[in-house]
Design a protein around this ligand. Structure first.
Ligand SMILES: [Cu+2]
Length: 209
């Protein structure tokens, strides 16, 4: 699976596929604790974790009211993960104008020179990695990972995140960090989830920030 995949099948079809695959119901769901580590073994923040089913996809539900601010000529937060279909606002909290854009295949857009809150949010309607920039300030860079799996997380300081309500089955845990080489779709590790849940370590060959 790659970040450039098109959006998954309609929800009703996906639900039917999940049912026919005989996956467990939510009552049997497990919890995964993941610790993200850099190359020196240090805890890593801003790691996006995507737990992707090996079989049928699971439906995702877009989030409401997600914002990526422009503050002090930075994107805040600098890394965001959202499920497919989420609409994101880009409020400019600086007094200078910004011009936010992306050329990424998963979402090409631009918000022309603006202050305050642009009228319309940007809908991230395709799974993949979206790199954000600003036409005015070359040093501004941010990332949006658009997830087509409902089991996703971003690690905070301390590097630990939880993936909850995971039905038993076979998955790939994909771990991505902005310091991976450009174009990387993340580090993959196969994961078998049982009823008891798991403690996992995701190791990434990056120094961290
Ligand atoms: Cu700017």
């Amino acid at each position: 699976m790659t970040f450039s995949r098109l959006r998954c099948a309609p929800r009703r079809l996906t639900a039917a596929l999940v049912a026919s695959a005989g996956l467990a119901t939510a009552a049997d769901a497990a919890t995964l604790q993941v610790l993200a580590q850099g190359k020196a073994g240090q805890p890593l923040a801003d790691v996006v974790l995507l737990l992707e089913p090996q079989g049928a996809k699971a439906a995702v539900k877009p989030l409401a009211q997600v914002e990526i601010a422009q503050q002090g000529r930075r994107f805040v937060p600098v890394v965001t993960v959202v499920p497919v279909g989420t609409k994101v606002q880009f409020p400019n909290q600086d007094t200078v104008r910004h011009h936010v854009y992306s050329f990424s295949p998963a979402k090409k857009f631009e918000l022309k020179l603006y202050v305050g809150k642009p009228e319309n949010p940007v809908e991230f309607d395709r799974a993949g990695l979206v790199v954000l920039g600003c036409n005015i300030h070359d040093t501004m860079v941010g990332w949006v990972v658009v997830s087509d799996t409902p089991w996703y997380a971003k690690t905070p300081a301390g590097g630990r995140a939880t993936l909850a309500d995971v039905p038993p089955g076979s998955y790939v845990l994909r771990s991505w960090h902005p310091d991976l080489p450009a174009g990387s779709t993340g580090i993959e590790q196969p994961v078998t989830v049982g009823a008891a849940g798991l403690d996992l370590v995701a190791s990434l060959p990056v120094a961290g920030r």
